[in-house]
Design a binder for this molecule. Structure first.
Ligand SMILES: [Cu+2]
Length: 122
């Protein structure tokens, strides 16, 4: 009897963390964007599609689009709760007060190659 319960326990143990991970990924910061959507493109030349981006203060939704076949990430310096990864496209929200921020890709070597951009939040 004991033995037959083990596979079920294992499935539950494996299944729950996966579900929790998916949930936290969807609602990364939990804020609901007004209509401040910033679209950032990752180019095969290891740069973003612009040198600077702008957003309205508050809950900012980012759409990250990959133009090539190399995997990229999108992070905001000093905002450790926010990270997007592509792939193809990814979206996420983050609460940002007015200020100046720096966007970057943390794939090894990409920031040094030029995957950095300014973000001005007004
Ligand atoms: Cu990159």
């Amino acid at each position: 009897m004991r033995r037959s319960l083990l596979p079920l326990a294992a499935a539950v143990a494996i299944g729950l963390p996966l579900a929790a991970c998916g949930d936290s990924d969807d609602g990364a910061s939990g804020c609901t964007p007004a209509d401040a959507n910033v679209t950032v493109g990752a180019l095969e030349s290891l740069t973003f599609d612009k040198e600077s981006y702008e957003a309205d203060a508050g809950c900012v939704e980012f759409t990250y689009e990959n133009d090539g076949g190399t995997s990229h990430t999108l992070l905001i310096k000093d905002e450790p709760g926010f990270k997007l990864s592509v792939g193809d496209t990814d979206t996420g929200t983050v609460e940002l007060p007015a200020g100046t921020y720096e966007l970057y890709c943390d794939v090894a070597g990409h920031e040094q190659a030029g995957m950095v951009a300014d973000l001005t939040v007004r």
